[in-house]
Each structure stands twice: as C-alpha cells, then as structure tokens.
Design a protein around this ligand. Structure first.
Ligand code: SAH
Length: 515
C-alpha cells in the first residue's frame, strides 16, 4: 500500500510534461504496439482522431482527460493549428499527453506537422510508429503488397490531390511507368478522375485494383475490379471512405488468400455487455472468429459499501472451515484485501475453499491456492447439493464472499443445513454510466445482430439503459438463470450456452450461425 501511495504522489508532483505521438494501428486492437498500449495505460491526456479505434481508449486510466479531435456531426471540429496548440499547451502544463493517430503517425496523417510544432515549442516528445493501414488493410483483404517475382517496389500515394486541377503533386505518368504495387490512401471519392488519369498516362486497362474499407476491423469491406471499371463498381456499391486502394498484380492473390473475410462470424456485429475489465476474453474470442464486437459495458465493479466490515471478515478468514467464492470478482476483492493485511498466503489457515464456476476456480488457482470443492454445475444450487453429498455442513463455519444484493438462496440453504454462515460483501456492481469508447452511440446509430448476456445483472442493467432495441437483434445467454431473467424482462432468448462459461457461450453462438 505504501508503494502505490508514493508512486501516485510522485506522478502528481511531476512538472515536466511530455507528448507522445503514437500510432494507434489500423483498427484491430490486436495491431496496437506494446509501447502504445503501455502509454495509453499511463496517459493523463489523450487526443485521438476519427481513424483510431475508440475501443483502445478503454485501456486508459479512469481519470484521463480524453479529447476527440476528429470530425463528428454536431461537435466542435479542431483545425490542425488548434490541435498543434492544444498538444503544446497540455504538455507545457506538465502532463503526459498522448496524441493517438490512426495507423502510423507519420504516414499521411499530418503527424509531421504536429512533431514540428512540438519541436518548435521546445517541449519533450517521443514518436511511436504504428502499423499503417497502407499495408495492414491489404493484408487483411488477402493481398500481400509484395510478392517475389511479381513486383520489387511498393508506392504509397495520397489520392487527396485533385488530378483534374493540373496542379497535382502526383506525377501519374511516373507512377504508371514505375508499376509495382501502388497503395492509395484518402481520396476514394476522387477515384473516377484518378483512374482516368492513370489510363490517359498509358496504364493497361485490366490492371487489378482492390478497395478496402475499414480494413482490419469487423466492418471491413472489399471490392475488386480493374483500373477501368473500379470507379463504376465503387459507385454502384456506394463504397465510401475510409478506404485504401491497391493497384497491382498482387490484387489477384486475394482469391486464394482471403483469410479474414471468410471467418465464421465475419460481418456479424455482436454486443458484449460484461464489465470493461471482464469483457476481454469474450470479445477476443468473438473477434478471432471475425465478429465485429461492440463492447458496451453496463456494469462496473466498485468496492463494497462497508469496506471496513469486509476487511474485518477477510482478516478473520482463517477462523472458518470453508470460504465460498461465487464469482471471479469476489476472489479478486477478497485477495486484494487479504494481501494488504498479510504477506503470507498461509495466513488463510486451514480454511477450505469452494468456488462456483470454472472462472471463479481459476482466479483462486491464480493465487496458488487449492480449490477443495468445485460443483460440476456452475450455479449456486449445485454447491448446496455438493456439500450435502460430502456429508453436510452441520456446525461448520462458512464465509461466503459475494456481491452485495446477490440472490440469497445460498446462505439460507447452507444455514438450513446447520452451517453457521457469515456473508462477506466483497464488491458491488453499479451501472456503468460512462461511454468513453462511443459504443453506446454506435449501438444506437448502427444497431447490432446479436447481444450477449453473461449474468442476470448484465440483462437488468442493459435494459435499464433504455437504448433502442435494434430490429432483428438476437439474444445469447450464458445459462438458464440469465435466460430466465431475460425472459422475465420480456426478451426472447435465441441462443443459450450448454456449458455455462465463455467458451460455451462462444461455441453456442458459432453453432447458431451455422459455422
Ligand atoms: N496514418 C494513417 C493514414 C492517415 S490518412 C495510416 O498510417 O494508416 C487517412 C487515410 O488512411 C484514409 O482516408 C484511408 O485511406 C486510410 N485508412 C486509415 N485507416 C484505414 C482502414 N482501417 N481501412 C482502410 N483505410 C484506412
């Protein structure tokens, strides 16, 4: 406790700020560098733009100041000069400032100008490169930008210049002569003029072209054609920015290498309602199957109302015959306090440990403690049955570490069997009120195909948000208790996991979509 107190004091007393110009990668949160993640986790101010995947903002400290510097209807739009000034001002104020930019900060993102402004203002800065969409979007569309034998150079160019004006900085005749693979960023809306210019400069009419929109995300879309028909195809498909265009023979490799868009849940938008901290496992399994995951946490874990009372029970834990954990959160809250009070795991004494559900048991094992009883079914009723099978709990002292306001079936049933039960309220679930990643807005604007519920409280809290229910959105539940709550609240449950854990839920969703 003393270390964390002194570190937090030293950060708050630091006066020299620093600005980090950080590449946020092309969209897939898995394509963020380790350095970027580390910096997001420590940031005091984050200034991000429209091409950064906002989900990565969930890694930021709760008290970080988060500023959106892109363009969004109805909000103030920053000019480049204003952004430069803001970076300098916040850094001079002694803060750790993260300027998060989509892809790589120095590839067509005006990162150079921002770095120059920082240098001119003589504030300290660091550049963290990122994976640019110029190579990542083709890769996720099954297009290698180089292939031995096919090409020996790659060109990145901006389509933002207007070729019709005659003052374009791009020498299309030279581009055509150069050949190889050419990747165009921006200017997808000028495709007509650009391809005409290329053809006028002698490009062969059947040169393969691919357009990749929102590459590396669950919303990725790709269309292919040739330099002579891609503009028409883009218009017919109402293909819009942000997208890159790839020109070159390598585009034809896609027919064999299209790995990303052929995954089983590709194109399905799936909502994850768990707490921000717990969403990770479910989200990444769904993402790995190609789903467009929307993390929309409805609840947040907070310390219990009476932390002192909980700490006293934890302190006396060694005096119990059994400690029962009903959730991973309970395990975490318990040992968080336990190891503040004691520096030796043996202080738990002879108390035996019961854990409901494999995730709860795993959290106990993470602390290198043995789980003595783990009911086969992952519901509270099963634990009572299991104790009965083991000869009962007559006169045994049991400490039940659980959430405030949990279902009271377990303590009553154990008491009925003759046990002396103390309830330790380890944590409290409260409604999540913030929306740092903009997920609620995206949900309201664009809807979803399926929503997942992993506990009754996620159902209750989601419905309490009163967000509009998208037409045709299906419901997937982790098990019968969660399903019952959903039905009580008027929902139709389309998918119920056979195994009541995350892999079980993912398997059921896969099966539902016939994958
Ligand atoms: N620094 C960024 C590029 C900024 S310019 C990078 O390295 O990726 C903005 C352009 O980048 C967009 O107009 C689009 O052409 C491209 N872009 C960025 N992210 C993209 C994505 N996920 N999919 C397709 N194109 C993307």
């Amino acid at each position: 406790m003393s270390t964390s107190l002194s570190t937090s004091l030293s950060t708050s007393l630091s006066t020299s700020g620093k600005c980090f110009l950080v590449g946020a990668g092309p969209g897939d949160p898995g394509l963020v560098t380790l350095r970027a993640r580390e910096l997001i986790e420590q940031a005091e101010v984050i200034i991000y733009d429209a091409l950064c995947n906002p989900e990565i903002l969930a890694w930021a400290p709760e008290n970080a100041e988060i500023i959106f510097a892109g363009k969004r209807a109805g909000e103030h739009t920053f000019s480049q000069e204003e952004i430069n000034a803001l970076l300098v001002e916040k850094t001079r104020a002694g803060r750790k400032v993260l300027r998060l930019k989509g892809g790589d900060p120095f590839v067509f993102g005006r990162g150079a100008e921002e770095a120059e402004a920082l240098a001119a203002a003589d504030v300290e800065f660091e550049i963290v490169p990122g994976i640019t969409s110029a190579i990542a979007a083709p890769a996720y569309a099954g297009i290698p930008v180089t292939r031995r034998g096919d090409n020996s150079h790659v060109t990145f160019f901006t389509g933002h210049e207007d070729p019709g004006k005659g003052e374009s900085a791009i020498d299309f005749a030279a581009l055509v002569k150069l050949g190889g693979t050419q990747v165009m960023l921006m200017g997808i809306e000028r495709l007509e003029a650009i391809t005409r210019e290329m053809l006028d400069c002698g490009e062969r009419a059947d040169l393969p072209v691919a357009l990749v929109r929102w590459g590396t995300t669950g919303q990725q879309r790709t269309i292919t054609g040739t330099v002579s028909d891609i503009a028409r195809r883009a218009r017919d498909a109402e293909f819009e920015a942000p997208a890159i265009a790839v020109f070159g023979n390598v585009v034809s490799l896609r027919k064999n290498l299209n790995w990303f868009e052929s995954r089983p849940l590709f194109g399905k938008r799936i909502v994850v309602t768990r707490t921000r901290k717990q969403a990770g496992a479910l989200s990444s399994e769904l993402r790995a199957l190609g789903a467009d995951v929307l993390e929309l946490p409805t609840i947040r874990i907070e310390p219990p109302t009476d932390l002192r009372e909980f700490a006293e029970l934890v302190q006396d834990a060694h005096g119990y015959d059994w400690i029962i954990f009903t959730s991973p959160n309970g395990v975490e809250a318990f040992f968080d306090i336990f190891f503040k009070l004691y520096d030796d795991a043996r202080e738990i004494g002879a108390a035996k440990i019961a854990a409901i559900g494999p995730a709860t048991a795993q959290r106990v094992k993470d602390f290198h403690l043995h789980v003595d009883l783990q009911p086969l079914e992952f519901v509270a009723e099963a634990i009572v049955k299991e104790f009965a099978a083991q000869g009962g709990v007559e006169n045994l002292r049991i400490l039940l570490a659980r959430a405030e306001k949990a279902r009271d079936l377990l303590p009553r049933a154990l008491a009925d069997m003759g046990a002396i039960v103390d309830e330790a309220f380890a944590y409290r679930t409260v409604p999540e009120t913030r929306d740092v990643t903009g997920a609620r807005r995206r949900f309201s604007d664009e809807g979803a195909d399926l929503i997942t519920f992993t506990s009754s409280s996620t159902v209750e809290n989601f419905l309490d948000l009163r967000l509009p229910w998208p037409a045709h959105m299906k419901v997937a539940s982790i098990g019968p208790i969660t399903s019952a709550t959903a039905r009580e609240r008027g929902l139709h449950v389309d998918v119920e996991a056979k195994r009541h854990d995350i892999p079980g839920l993912v398997a059921a969703i896969r099966q539902f979509y016939g994958a």
